[in-house]
Design a protein around this ligand. Structure first.
Ligand code: 4NP
Length: 151
């Protein structure tokens, strides 16, 4: 299974989701390919936000090699499952895909954990370091749910 985690900048939330999901899938012996992208291009080519890197390292995960990429319409053909980390991201994915958007592949990330609730992982970009801890915990729980629901 090829999975794409998507947020706005691809520097705070989805890089954590990429690192955590890849690690948990590997732990379970699942042959999943996990990548991430952002619907905005401001940060393309950048490493994850330093606080995203830090919170992951505190959990034994080095995500420093990951680089921000832009979500494009081509992603619909490449991935089996596209997870939007937030509701605004889901709408952007639909907009970018236009007539080629196969929305059956796209799901709101937290709906795997809390089905039908349409919740978003909060954007920690404009806050301080404290915001990254609850974001990490939520993403970790969401990734556990994805494994439970899809293996
Ligand atoms: P992310 O956070 O979507 O979790 O990577 C953001 C990063 C950058 C911006 C917005 C959100 N930005 O506007 O630059």
């Amino acid at each position: 299974m090829r999975i794409l985690m998507v947020c706005l900048g691809n520097i705070c939330r989805s890089p954590i989701a990429e690192g955590v999901m890849r690690h948990k899938a590997k732990e379970q012996g699942l042959d999943w390919i996990v990548e991430s992208a952002g619907t905005e291009s401001y940060h393309v080519g950048e490493a994850p936000h330093r606080f995203s890197q830090k919170i992951c390292l505190e959990h034994g995960l080095d995500i420093s090699h990951q680089r921000a990429a832009k979500f494009t319409v081509d992603s619909f053909a490449v991935y089996d499952k596209i997870y939007a980390l937030a509701t605004d991201v889901y709408e952007e994915i639909k907009y970018i895909g236009g007539k080629d958007a196969d929305m059956s592949k796209v799901e709101l990330f937290l709906n795997e954990l809390h089905p039908g609730k349409n919740e978003s992982v909060p954007d920690p970009y404009y806050g301080g370091e404290d915001g990254f801890k609850p974001v990490y915990e939520l993403i970790s729980k969401g990734c556990d749910a994805i494994i439970r629901n899809n293996k």
